[in-house]
Design a protein around this ligand. Structure first.
Ligand code: FAD
Length: 516
């Protein structure tokens, strides 16, 4: 089925390309637009701009429903407004707090007893940056001739999108040859008393006006861990409530090591625990009732802020997908390898599609490639394999390729060799920072040149370290090549070129010094 769709689409594109496809080709177009994009986030904007660059007439809808506490934001979607960008800025703010203390050990005369963050100032700085990106995005759309409507779009039929230009106004309709659904997702709330009225999510924290104070972070996916860590770094007291395991879907050993690093830094975990209710106390603080599902014991504690980080749901409920005949799975849209939905001229990209990595660069590249296939005769499909990712905790965790357990499950333990090692970043020595969790491993085939299947690294600037190795892994990196690569000394990335101890050998992976 999917192959047929791809072939149909590529034949169509080849024809367009050979005719020098252009929107003026037909004297009177059948539809108002060649492409309507629903959603102006990473995926939608990339697709809309690329399509317009290919000469298509493009309209992009973007609309943000305010959160229950009233937070709203401008164009650009999750990444820019309430995701990667504000998260990275708060992560950086928290790392800088740590760096100030390290500076004293390096000889700087800093009164490190009186260093305090100014939450209000940080939030204002972060929001100012976001607003400047919103502005640049709108200008960019205008320059690239993408029409933008700040409204919620929904299907009337498979070629017709309905919207309301402003509250109370009449419904309007536009027609389009193709529609791309790129509506992304929003955080889930648990179905317990007080959750929606009293809790916040990552959609609120980056513009939260009051100091978060003692914060219960419910959920131990990457968003929960990152929020807990930047709050800790900024001097607040986060606690992480975990229903089952930390960082589901990531390498188990690395995830457990990351949790141990957080515990060492004073972030407590409430393990195998679920929230039961949130109540506002007379003093304004929040009483959270919970149950430990292992011991079946109930407990409660008082917090200033409760932050739900229990996962995200796809925003399909307002799309009226039934009117277009688009098939869904749970709250996501099912697509084939060419991102076509069950309706051949309707496509979906980004977080809204079922079973693909929910990451900005994935959303951007898939949106761009789709536009090229639709309007520039390209046949290139998005490759969703071996996408690198990073968890932005104080020691970051970055990885690409298979986890150790996936490799064992798919290839068998006898066919896998794991090279690993702890290491000591040079810059950690003077401030005497803990090196206990600086660790890396390469999961490889056991035979031949030992093709590398996965790389995992916990340490400083993990994302910067793994990005280059991700390209190498995609190009077929082997252990032989890795060990034949001369490292850059003294860096932490060079540790990958020095991996010589296998787990199978049972040898101690702890180094004696930094330079041996
Ligand atoms: P979105 O960016 O969510 O955009 C969809 C847009 O469509 C939104 O503006 C939405 O309001 C709008 N919309 C919805 N319905 C309609 C409709 N019917 N009509 C019109 N508009 C509509 N990824 C990384 O790669 N690195 C990170 O470090 C990272 N950190 C993250 C941190 C957090 C806290 C979160 C929440 C996410 C993070 N992500 C990160 C994930 C990344 O933000 C998403 O993968 C990416 O934004 C998805 O892009 P998208 O275009 O699919 O959806």
């Amino acid at each position: 089925m999917s192959t047929i769709k791809i072939l149909r689409s590529s034949t169509h594109n080849a024809l367009r390309s050979s005719l020098g496809w252009c929107r003026h080709a037909a004297s009177r177009p059948r539809y108002d637009y060649d492409l309507v994009v629903l959603g102006g986030g990473s995926a939608g904007l990339a697709c809309a701009k690329e399509a317009a660059g290919c000469g298509a007439r493009v309209l992009c809808f973007d609309y943000v429903k305010p959160t229950p506490v009233g937070t709203k934001w401008g164009i650009g979607g999750t990444c820019v407004n309430v995701g990667c960008i504000p998260k990275k800025l708060m992560h950086q703010a928290s790392l800088l707090g740590e760096a100030v203390h390290e500076a004293v050990a390096y000889g700087w005369n800093v009164d490190d007893k009186n260093i305090r963050p100014d939450w209000g100032k940080l939030v204002r700085s972060v929001q100012n940056h976001i607003k400047s990106v919103n502005w640049v995005t709108r200008v960019d759309l205008r320059d690239k001739k993408v029409e933008y409507v700040n409204s919620m779009g929904s299907f009337r039929d498979s070629h017709t999108i309905e919207y309301v230009a402003m509250p109370g106004a009449e419904h309007r309709q536009v027609t389009s040859e193709y529609v791309v659904v790129a509506v992304g997702g929003r955080p889930r709330y648990p179905d317990i008393p007080g959750a929606v009225e009293l809790g916040i999510t990552s959609d609120d924290i980056f513009s939260y006006e009051r100091e978060p104070g003692r914060t219960l972070v419910v959920g131990a996916g990457y968003v929960g861990l990152e929020c807990a860590c930047f709050l800790k770094g900024l001097g607040y007291e986060p606690t992480v409530m975990v229903r089952s395991i930390v960082l589901r879907g990531f390498d188990r050993q690395m995830s457990d090591l990351l949790a141990a690093m957080m515990t060492e830094r004073g972030i407590p975990f409430l393990g195998t625990t679920i929230p039961k209710a949130v109540e506002r106390q007379a003093d304004g603080r929040l009483l959270v009732r919970y149950r430990n599902t292992t011991t079946q014991m109930d407990g409660s504690d008082v917090f200033d802020t409760v932050l739900w980080a229990i996962g995200r749901k796809g925003l399909i409920e307002d799309l009226n997908l039934e009117a277009a005949g688009v098939k869904t799975h749970d709250d996501k849209i099912v697509v084939d390898a060419a991102e076509a939905t069950s309706v051949p001229h309707i496509f979906a990209v980004g977080d809204i599609i079922y079973g693909r990595p929910e990451l900005t660069p994935v959303a951007i590249l898939s949106g761009r490639l789709l536009a090229r296939r639709l309007f520039a005769g390209s046949t290139q499909l998005m490759d969703y394999a071996d996408v690198a990712t990073t968890v932005f905790t104080p020691l970051e965790y970055s990885c690409v390729g298979m986890s150790e357990e996936t490799a064992i499950e798919l290839r068998g333990a006898d066919n896998i060799e794991v090279f690993h090692g702890y290491y000591k970043p040079t810059e950690f020595f003077i401030p005497q920072k803990s090196v206990r969790h600086c660790y890396l491993k390469a999961v490889a085939e056991v035979s031949g040149d030992q093709k590398i299947l996965g790389l995992h690294y916990i340490g400083p600037v993990a994302g910067e370290v793994i990005q280059g190795f991700a390209a190498a892994l995609k190009s077929g990196l082997t252990v032989k090549t890795l060990l034949n690569t001369v490292g850059i000394h003294p860096t932490t990335a060079e540790e990958f070129t020095r991996l010589s101890i296998t787990k199978r050998s049972g040898r101690d992976p702890t180094p004696a010094s930094c330079c041996s």
